[in-house]
Design a protein around this ligand. Sequence first.
Ligand SMILES: [Zn+2]
Ligand SMILES: [Zn+2]
Length: 257
Amino acid sequence: MEKITILGAYGAKGFKQESSSFLLTDTHAIDAGNLLRSLGEGAARIETIWLTHSHLDHIVEIAYILDSYFTLRSKPLKLMGLAHTLEAIQTHFLNDVIWPDFSKIPLCNADSMSVVYESIELNRVYTIDEITSIEAMETVHTVPSCGYIVRKNSSAVLITADSYKNPRLRETINKYPEISALVLECTFPSEMDALALESLHLTPALAEEEIKGVQREVKLYFNHLKPGFTETIKKEIKASELLKNGHILDDGDTIYF
Ligand SMILES: [Zn+2]
Ligand SMILES: [Zn+2]
């Protein structure tokens, strides 16, 4: 069975709650909500971060893994993402105002700049190593955003990242039989469906609707709960059909697929 590790499981940072980040291999991660607390100095080994979108809970620790472990880095940090996501980081975040523009700062241990940006195409398979590949799927959010299909050997997990209801989700799962697990966001309690629509996130009730069209059983993992509503959302998920084949993720958990 294949696995990946959840470094941050929540939709923001709270008390002992870290925001979105997944460790795919020793050197590759999806999103940078939490890298330092979970990896310590090991964060300096991260070479590539596959970004889902530009929101702060998904990018914030890009700043700190560059700064805090600068002298330990021997390779540039490659930021992969949709063109909009990379432009947003360059314009609004690593812009020499909020934080240094590391794409202009050479590494001290190598003949390259500290950060390299590389835009990705949706629905294209990128090879990570001999057994691992990744493919972006467009999602429905307030900024251009994507989820990722992570394939290891012959099985795969679909990580939706931040998204409202998305017809591509069921199409993708129904199209690729190797997807055996789904990580679905569940950001707000069901009674906050107006806010969910406005911010393009899911609630437990919307998540139930979302998985109705999936034609076969996949393991369900829920993440991106907002720290202020964690207990309410957990109660709602537990009271629904969702937990029959599902699990609510916490920081440090492992996803099997
Ligand atoms: Zn988020
Ligand atoms: Zn977001």
